[in-house]
Design a protein around this ligand. Structure first.
Ligand code: ADP
Ligand code: MG
Length: 291
């Protein structure tokens, strides 16, 4: 775009809480026909809360306390929700002695000298754990739209925690407007298929890719680009960074993590999905004005 268009557009964007970080963002956004949308923290508020705690031995407080100890050092919204729930119940949260997080999967920690794994069911299965005792319950809670994380201590599954997250108030309107301007939405998430479908159905999105690893999100963007399609990606997390960089236009959603912001062409400072449409409109207008 001509420099003057960019200067004008940058001002208009700033007025609406949008930071255009690259000139490319202006030139390309109006040509985008596919838009990949992260679920958690982008289409949903990203503030999950604990809804159900199930312990196989009946000690739900004990399970929640151990899980909170393992999740203590993690900044993941699910981890914060587990810690908050434990504190709200007045539990003493133990300090993890060792800790490692596996992005898009869960955490591995040592609590009270025992190895604790907390994460999505596939993460525990991959680590050799037998999930038979909780599978029925996991299915049931996922079918109800929950994100379910399983807790194992010293090599044995001890129970699960189900969390829920609200869809953003303007997400349905934003998706409808994306379609109206010719951007076909695809929902992509590391979360389970059923929770993903539930959000997609609420928003009128038919294309869903669930259980996707962080590298997988970038791979999906690349696949969509293969025939020359211009693809935008909207995400907020560490796990979205590779896809934001791969996309023709990467958009960091409101409240995005530092890594998402650094990987994006456009940064939304407003906590609203419709800000994506404003950014596109500004790109469209500032470009057309110079023609
Ligand atoms: P999304 O793509 O929806 O933003 P993530 O890629 O961050 O989600 O995570 C995918 C899944 O991995 C989550 O739904 C959860 O099951 C699991 N997970 C990731 N981080 C954690 C954590 N700290 N504790 C428990 N589970 C986690
Ligand atoms: Mg996210």
């Amino acid at each position: 775009a001509a420099p003057l268009a960019i200067v004008r557009g940058t001002g208009a964007a700033a007025d609406r809480g949008i930071v255009m970080r690259t000139g490319e963002a202006f030139q390309t956004f109006r040509l985008v026909t596919r838009i990949v949308l992260d679920k958690t923290g982008t289409l949903t508020q990203g503030r999950p809360t604990v809804r159900t705690v199930d312990a196989l031995d009946g000690d739900t407080d004990g399970l929640l306390a151990v899980a909170a100890g393992a999740e203590g050092p993690s900044e993941h919204p699910l981890a914060r929700a587990v810690v908050t729930a434990a504190r709200e119940r007045g539990l003493i949260v133990p300090t993890a002695e060792e800790f490692a997080s596996v992005t898009g999967s869960g955490v591995r920690a040592t609590v009270h000298g025992r190895e604790v794994l907390v994460g999505q069911p596939a993460f525990l299965t991959d680590n050799g754990l037998d999930l038979t005792a909780v599978t029925g319950r996991v299915d049931q809670l996922q079918a109800a739209g929950h994100t379910v994380i399983v807790v194992a201590v010293a090599g044995t599954v001890e129970g699960l925690i189900a969390l829920g997250d609200e869809v953003r108030a303007d997400a349905a309107e934003a998706v409808a407007r994306m379609r109206a301007v010719g951007m076909d939405p695809v929902l992509v998430t590391g979360d389970n298929e059923r929770a993903a479908r539930r959000v997609a159905d609420q928003l009128g999105i038919s294309q869903v890719r669930a259980g996707v690893r962080p590298e997988g999100k970038a791979e999906i963007v690349r696949e969509l680009q293969a025939d020359g399609t211009r693809v935008a990606m909207v995400g907020d997390g560490i796990n979205d960074a590779p896809a934001l960089m791969q996309a023709d236009v990467g958009v960091a959603a409101g409240g995005g993590t530092d890594i998402a912001v650094e990987s994006a062409d456009i940064v939304l400072l407003r906590d609203e999905v419709t800000a994506v449409l404003d950014a596109r409109e500004i790109s469209d207008r500032s470009y057309r004005r110079t023609r």
